[in-house]
Design a protein around this ligand. Structure first.
Ligand code: C2O
Ligand code: CU
Ligand code: CU
Length: 575
């Protein structure tokens, strides 16, 4: 074992060295905009290196996926076609939406299925992302390349003089790393030897000599990146996970953890003809931060561990017409949540599994939330709809963990008693929970408000965003429940029925509800042998269901009623 890992480290170091000057042009994902988005998930191949192609998976392509551009206030409709060989899910990381549309581990998309979630975009302008979230498969499916960015635009952001020309002065950077074996295939490991940006190895890109905006996502399985520039220049952080900061924050390093996003502005005025490298200064990280460890061998050994390495080589070229040449001094007036409005402090724990006997299956490397492993059938918290809550996470783990919660954007209150750094004082959906200091656990508090969407059946997740830890069970779930509504409480009142017409049908199938006040919660269409073909959360049934893509035969429609959450199955025929 040791010899093999050493060999891999040595060869990859040699490869990195001998090709150090041969850059590839950074790939910029296409954009999709509007209100209807068609995404096709496929197992495929990518020519990453010379020789054998790499087995990958992609969305509308062969690695990663298109950048979706949303406008706040629009209702967006997704047509997700999965042509994958395995089940998957598509989670809208950072989006505030109904739990049944969230794409967490419960919204499984079987192979060959169409999933059609939709929601009204209420998030602030910022950079979000989508990625698979199938329990125990997230690391593998992200490694293969599934995922994509989301850019939300809104009136506040649009009114600012910020770089906004995608791929020119507004550049997405999806940071990750991969371990590539001698047959050019990805291995499923937490850390890779090769830095990859937007699916590109050793990337370079030309940017004009003006203010450049980078939207940076840490999409790694595990690694944090301590971002900085090779000439040690400062850059301005303008946006955190869930929205613009009040004002740009000038820094020369920013430590980005798995799942997190920042938008930064870099001043390249007057620098035409020069070049600079965006780097990860990970040699300064402690061994208890992902990427700061220095394992000489074993499954965590990798060429980038506890090292400084290049992320992107930038060649600065002539200015564009109408360039942005100044960094605004103010951006936004955030109204943050008020601690006085919280009526509960939920106490969560993070711990190392060592010494935990129940359940006894935990290995020495598993990290756990609230002293237990994830259980798909266990709801940890029932959060009352519209509640403002403080979540306090106490970690006795030696290692740092990026904690993520679905449904909401939150404000960090404190990290070990200290107020958050200025660049983290806005809206966040991932917060880094540092490892304990000596024997003193670390304590992080944030505040969030759980508005708009209640559903006592479908939970939202909270978890460590290191996919390895998440897959190993470092995850929990909560529901947002409307305790005041009779429809949420009164589960026994439902007795509903419906008929399907026309039957046989050709292009459209209509549903006649016996009780017109019935609200349709979920419709699933299965074929004669029980394979799921369509998954339609909360469909608008007045217009009928488009079945023009179904081949002739017998089908089953399962309708779940919102009030009782009862499901009735009816057969129909497609001619
Ligand atoms: Cu980006 Cu539950 O994850
Ligand atoms: Cu998420
Ligand atoms: Cu973790």
């Amino acid at each position: 074992m040791k010899k093999i890992y050493l060999f891999i480290i040595l060869t990859s170091t040699l490869i990195n060295y001998s090709f150090a000057q041969s850059f590839n042009t950074l790939w910029i994902p296409d954009t999709l905009s509007g209100t209807t988005f068609n995404l096709a998930l496929r197992d495929t191949f990518k020519q990453l290196l010379t020789g054998q192609q790499t087995i990958t998976a992609g969305v509308n392509g062969n690695f990663w996926g298109p950048t979706l551009i949303f406008h706040k206030g629009d209702t967006v409709h997704m047509n997700i076609h999965s042509y994958l060989n395995d089940s998957t899910t598509v989670h809208w990381h950072g989006m505030h939406l109904p739990a049944v549309m969230d794409g967490g581990p419960h919204q499984v998309i079987p192979p060959g299925t169409v999933w059609q979630p939709y929601w009204k975009v209420t998030n602030n302008a910022a950079t979000y992302w989508y990625h698979p979230h199938l329990h125990m498969m997230t690391e593998e499916q992200i490694t293969k390349g599934l995922g994509g960015l989301i850019i939300v635009r809104d009136d506040i952001e649009s009114a600012l003089a910020l770089p906004r020309t995608y791929g020119v002065d507004d550049i997405p950077l999806v940071l990750t790393d991969r371990d590539i074996n001698t047959s050019n295939q990805f291995t499923i490991v937490p850390y890779g030897d090769s830095m990859i940006v937007n699916g590109t190895l050793r990337p370079q890109y030309s940017v004009p000599a003006q203010i450049i905006r980078f939207r940076i996502l840490d999409a790694a399985i595990e690694r944090s990146y301590n971002i900085g520039f090779s000439d040690n220049r400062n850059f301005s952080v303008i946006c955190s996970d869930g929205g613009l900061l009040d004002a740009p924050v000038s820094v020369n390093r920013y430590l980005l953890h798995a799942g997190e996003r920042i938008e930064i502005l870099v001043d390249c005025n007057g620098q035409s003809g020069t070049s600079v490298d965006l780097k990860a200064y990970n040699s300064s990280l402690s061994g208890f931060i992902a990427g700061g460890e220095n394992f000489p061998n074993g499954p965590f050994a990798n060429a980038l561990g506890h090292a400084d390495f290049n992320i992107l080589h930038l060649n600065i070229t002539a200015q564009t017409g109408a360039p942005i040449t100044t960094i605004p001094t103010t951006l936004n007036t955030n109204v943050l949540l008020n601690v006085a409005d919280a009526n509960i402090t939920r106490l969560l724990t993070i711990s190392d599994s060592t010494g935990v006997t129940n359940p006894p299956i935990l290995g020495p490397n598993a990290f756990i939330l609230n002293h237990k492993l994830f259980d798909l059938n266990q709801i940890e918290y029932e959060v009352p709809l519209n509640n403002t809550e403080i979540w306090q996470i106490t970690s006795s783990s030696v290692f740092g963990h990026p904690f993520h919660i679905h449904d909401v954007e939150f404000n960090i209150i404190s990290v070990n008693g200290a107020a958050p750094a200025a660049a983290q004082a806005g809206w966040k959906d991932v917060v880094f929970i540092p490892g304990k200091t000596g024997n003193t656990p670390s304590v992080v508090k944030f505040i969030a408000k759980f508005e708009d969407y209640s559903d006592s059946l479908h939970p939202f997740m909270f978890h460590c965003h290191i996919s390895l830890h998440e897959d190993e069970g470092m995850m929990g779930q909560f529901v947002v429940k409307d305790f005041s509504s009779t429809s949420e409480n009164n589960l026994s009142s439902g007795s509903f029925d419906f008929t399907l017409f026309p039957n046989p049908a050709t292009n459209k199938l209509f549903i006649a509800l016996n009780d017109p006040t019935t609200k349709v919660y979920y419709i699933k269409i299965c074929d004669a042998i029980g394979r799921t073909i369509y998954m339609l959360p909360q469909p608008k049934i007045q217009n009928g269901i488009d079945i023009s893509h179904l081949i002739s035969g017998n089908y089953f429609l399962q309708l779940t009623d919102e009030k009782s959450k009862q499901t009735i199955v009816k057969k129909f025929v497609v001619e």
